[in-house]
Design a protein around this ligand. Structure first.
Ligand SMILES: [Zn+2]
Length: 279
């Protein structure tokens, strides 16, 4: 699943291409890809036609398309979802296209936005003004890591005594982190993924906050990590996977000490770490 840096990269790419464009028509090819108040295809299409895209941003792992007159379209890509803007307006749709947004033509610019999703866990959810904030899933999201200061980090885990990685993956504790950036930030901070939060000093948790922000910032600069199904709005791949220190490297050598990297399940997820460097 794309995590914070990948979703941010997609939002940045889509914003460049689509801000200022008007929705001309919407074809819902797979109705189950719509959730929420506008889950009926006709209602969804009717609500969007004629609106202008004025902003595309990210919160947690959600893409948020803002319209004028005001409305917000939240898109969760989940495992295999993609939002693509085909360079060629006539390219035929493949069978995994779920929603087709046609944009009012503007010169030579592409005029289609396609929500594409092989496994169909992703969804589009449209909101009236003010509706997004009252959506239970959205209201419960934890803070954005890039907006947190180091000092705020220990407080996120206060009163919990759970494997630190489980809390990093919990979107209500901190938003946007998945398996990759949890493992990478824990390695950089020298903390085992299965370390109990009650046993980690505040100083080490502050360091984790700093390392997490750093790895996320580096990954955004590299346009995200290309793993499995991720590509940005132009179908391009990111490059951060070349900088992974632990993720996907079980059995390989630690970049710091040369020991063999271990792997174990933590919070139900394969976690790679160094026995030597992480305590
Ligand atoms: Zn090591």
């Amino acid at each position: 699943m794309p995590e914070l840096p990948e979703v941010q990269t997609i939002a940045n790419g889509l914003a460049k291409q689509l801000v200022g464009r008007d929705v001309e028509s919407v074809d819902v090819l797979t109705p189950s890809s719509l959730h929420g108040e506008y889950a009926a295809p006709e209602a969804f299409a009717k609500a969007l036609v004629g609106r202008r895209i004025v902003d595309i941003r990210r919160r947690a792992k959600l893409l948020l398309l803002e319209f004028d007159p005001p409305a917000t379209l939240a898109v969760h890509l989940k495992m295999t979802g993609r939002l693509v803007v085909p360079a060629e307006n006539e390219t035929p749709l493949d069978k995994h296209a779920r929603v087709l947004f046609r944009l009012k033509p503007k010169g030579e610019a592409p005029d289609r936005l396609i929500f594409h999703d092989v496994r169909r866990f992703g969804y589009c959810r449209l909101f009236k003004p003010g509706g997004l904030e009252t959506w239970d899933f959205y209201a419960k999201l934890g803070p954005e890591p890039l907006e947190l200061r180091d000092e705020a980090f220990p407080g996120l885990f206060a009163g919990r005594n759970t494997a630190i990685k489980a809390l990093l993956l919990d979107q209500t504790v901190i938003a946007g982190i998945g398996n990759i950036y949890a493992d990478e930030s824990l390695f950089r901070a020298g903390i085992r993924p299965d370390a109990r939060t009650g046993q980690i000093s505040a100083a080490r948790l502050r360091k984790l906050g700093r390392e997490l922000r750093e790895v996320l910032t580096e990954a955004i600069a590299a346009c995200g990590s290309s793993i499995r199904n991720y590509t940005d709005a132009n179908g391009d791949a990111g490059a951060f996977q070349n900088q992974f220190r632990v993720y996907g490297r079980a059995g390989e050598t630690c970049v710091t000490c040369g020991a063999k990297l271990e792997s174990k399940k933590v919070a139900g997820r394969t976690s790679v770490y160094c026995e030597n460097c992480q305590k």
